[in-house]
Write a protein that binds this ligand. Structure first.
Ligand code: ARG
Length: 566
């Protein structure tokens, strides 16, 4: 595709001999409003070089740059040279490209040959997959799609929390008060009850915690009874989690969770010992991180059992050996910032230069309107309930507004889930937010259903107008302001995807397609598209087609479907 910025650089480079192309490229700015052009080149640096007043230099450049097909106007304003993209050229470049690449518009081979691990979701077995986990799941899923779209070789991993002292607690609780049948009828809720009861009784009777540690120790020693109970709890929990993943249409390449590394840890602890990193402290083994401003990291308890940190170190080493990743991304809440900083530092101290490729992608906390979430106190919102409620509410709205819609159930699912996911991906991920049913289920304003609805509208226009992708397009008829605004948005889409990848921020895409939907609706309200003149109609429909395509791709990169009718 023609790159307009590149074209501006070429024109400047041909006329400036004291700056390299690279220097010119770095100087070019995007003005705050299109009235000042699409690109601006500040001439301060040149004025130093030539020892001439800036506004003289910009004027000279204005006179010297030749007429060309990319820019309809190049204008000196004070110390700036402003470039205005030729509107007809813009229309032809963008629409030709989208017609050719279709839903692949914006994709690239940037990541070819590079393996990226995206670890996300990673719920804890036997605990509810609650609204606090939705963020990791939804952000991680979107990132994995973005990396794939840019040509990276993506591996998705669900690092299940299927190991640790809490399993000692569960086994001990089960042996005290558990009922197999009751648990199997509603595994997560029943296991949660056991867990909550265990915690509250342990507050009164601290010996319970010793019993829990005893059972976890047994599990680490591969005691048959402990292992069997653990396996059963893991199986029934995973089955429950899959209900959520199925609703969201998510699957993982690997479910290697914490337990997977249990037999890989002795070697890692040994290696840390050999490298002189371990210190004894009250019988336990730690790494002193004080020189790096962090508290000591506990690697092995005095009873010989390992910890979350140990497992993360073992997992990273395994992943490097097994996948030879280019990036190893962890989508995990910001509460764990210190945990990640610490174990990545330890990898570095072990001499692994690839430690820098282990990237923690944190996100802010979710609280309920009634207060913070707490599994231990049983204060949770179940993700499955959130999704199902969203689907039911959508179903009701469809029944009111469009009772004759075919596939009502399917559309209710796509839109209900789209509403939840879109809200999740609407803000910078690090922002804390309060989960609210009302906001999630509002289908007006800046919501997923609004964007999906715009997509359905473009689809019905294309059908109604019998859009023919091979019909010749008269690009000079796509140069009105509303059209140009849409085309600029479409032009930027590929760069927005790359930005989203580089910063691991799906919300760049959310905002971009929301803006596109708004621009399109403005156009739709000001211009009749299905006109009698067949050429003009096909020309306008080609823009509609481009909008539809980009909205659909954008939504799919967020993990949201785009129904054709709703
Ligand atoms: N299971 C953990 C939790 O729910 C998240 C795991 C994050 N991943 C990791 N490699 N530590 O808090």
């Amino acid at each position: 595709m023609i790159n307009f910025k590149e074209a501006a650089i070429n024109l400047l480079a041909d006329n400036i001999d004291v700056l390299t192309r690279d220097e010119i490229s770095k100087l070019i700015e995007i003005p705050p409003s299109y009235e000042m052009g699409d690109f601006a080149f500040p001439v301060y640096k040149l004025s130093k070089e030539y020892k001439k007043a800036p506004n003289l230099i910009s004027k000279e450049l204005e006179e010297n740059l030749p007429d060309n097909e990319y820019f309809e106007k190049i204008e000196a304003v004070g110390p700036y040279l402003n470039f205005f993209i030729d509107k007809e050229k813009l229309a032809s470049v963008v629409i030709e490209e989208i017609k050719e690449k279709k839903e692949k518009y914006g994709s690239s081979s940037l990541g070819e040959g590079k393996k990226v691990i995206v670890e996300f979701s990673s719920p804890n077995i036997a605990k509810p997959f609650h609204i606090g986990h939705i963020r990791s799941t939804v952000i991680g899923n979107s990132l994995s799609k973005i990396y794939k779209f840019l040509g990276f070789d993506v591996v998705t991993i669900n690092h299940l929390g299927d190991y640790g002292t809490q399993f000692g607690m569960l086994i001990s609780a089960y042996k005290r008060w558990g009922d197999k049948k009751q648990i199997e009828s509603d595994p997560i809720r029943e296991l949660l009850k056991l867990y909550v009861r265990f915690n509250s009784e342990a507050e009164k009777d601290p010996e319970l915690m010793d019993e829990a540690r005893f059972w976890f120790k047994k599990l680490e020693e591969k005691d048959e009874e402990a292992l069997e109970l653990w396996q059963w709890i893991r199986d029934i929990s995973l089955k429950e989690f899959h209900k959520v993943y199925d609703l969201l249409n998510i699957s993982f390449d690997s479910y290697a969770g914490e337990s997977f590394y249990s037999d890989k840890m002795p070697a890692v602890v040994e290696e840390m010992k050999e490298k002189g990193l371990l210190k004894e402290s009250e019988g336990a083994l730690i790494v002193d991180l004080e020189p790096y401003g962090m508290p000591p990291a506990l690697i092995m308890k005095k009873d010989g059992s390992t910890l979350y940190t140990t497992r993360d170190i073992a997992a990273a080493i395994y992943r490097k050996e097994h996948y030879d990743f280019y990036k190893n991304i962890y989508v995990v809440a910001s509460q764990q910032n210190l945990h990640f900083k610490a174990w990545i530092k330890i990898l570095e101290l072990m001499g692994y230069d690839w430690a820098k490729d282990c990237i923690h992608v944190p996100f802010g906390m979710v609280s309920l309107e009634e207060g913070t979430l707490s599994t231990r106190k049983g204060r949770v919102v179940f993700l499955e309930d959130v999704l199902n409620t969203a689907i039911e509410s959508t179903r009701k709205i469809i029944e009111e507004r469009n009772p004759n819609l075919p596939n009502k159930d399917e559309v209710a699912k796509q839109v209900g889930i789209g509403a939840v996911v879109f809200q999740e991906l609407f803000n910078q991920r690090i922002k804390d937010y309060t989960f609210s049913w009302e906001r999630t289920l509002s289908f007006e304003g800046e919501t997923g259903p609004y964007v999906q609805y715009t997509h359905a509208r473009t689809n019905s226009l294309l059908e109604k107008g019998n859009y023919d992708i091979n019909h010749e397009v008269s690009y000079k008829d796509l140069t009105k302001e509303e059209e140009t605004n849409i085309l600029r948005n479409l032009l930027q889409f590929p760069e927005v995807i790359i930005d989203a990848m580089e910063k691991n921020e799906p919300y760049f895409i959310t905002r971009h397609i929301l803006e596109l939907a708004k621009l399109f609706n403005k156009y739709y309200n000001s211009t009749s598209i299905i006109v009698d003149d067949e050429n003009l109609k096909q020309t306008r429909l080609s823009l509609v087609y481009a909008v539809k395509t980009v909205i659909k791709t954008g939504l799919s990169l967020l993990g949201i479907e785009a129904p054709n009718k709703m």
